[in-house]
Design a protein around this ligand. Sequence first.
Ligand SMILES: *[C@@H]1O[C@H](CO)[C@@H](O)[C@H](O)[C@H]1NC(C)=O
Ligand SMILES: *[C@@H]1O[C@H](CO)[C@@H](O)[C@H](O)[C@H]1NC(C)=O
Ligand SMILES: [Ca+2]
Length: 146
Amino acid sequence: MKVLALILLCLLIAVNEARVFEECELVALLKEQNMDGYYGYSLGDWICMASYESRYNSRAVGMNRNGSRDYGIFQINSRWWCDNGEGRTANGCNTNCTSFEDDDISDDIACAKRIVRDPNGMNAWVAWKRYCKGRDLSKLTEGCSD
Ligand SMILES: *[C@@H]1O[C@H](CO)[C@@H](O)[C@H](O)[C@H]1NC(C)=O
Ligand SMILES: *[C@@H]1O[C@H](CO)[C@@H](O)[C@H](O)[C@H]1NC(C)=O
Ligand SMILES: [Ca+2]
């Protein structure tokens, strides 16, 4: 009985742990969702952005000084793209922000696609602009086979 309780406890802890994607795992998912070249951005751009925004942690939540929050692997902002019930939002992706906190990143990818379709493109992501824009990012993905 004690052993079972311990196993259950471990399982619970595992469930609550951050889900950190492997780089090549994320590359494969992005490829599958046609992100390679989407609006002119390479897989390297997406990987670099996710790396600096969330360290590939699909459950990352960031707090901004202006009170908005950033959710998930792409740190999607609650002021513009999703609704977290905490104040004004344009809710551009028409989604509850909690959907960007789970391990199924297909909706996160769909929202990221919506975000880059704006004239600003990937400049919407400050970390991308600062650390990825204009760099040679091919090395980031070349180690991942198809
Ligand atoms: C609040 O800060 C975040 C992160 O810097 C930014 O993306 C967002 O646009 C800001 N919200 C407003 C209303 O300025
Ligand atoms: C988002 O979903 C959570 C969990 O299902 C719920 O508690 C919350 O009220 C929802 N928020 C909004 C703004 O719909
Ligand atoms: Ca999700």
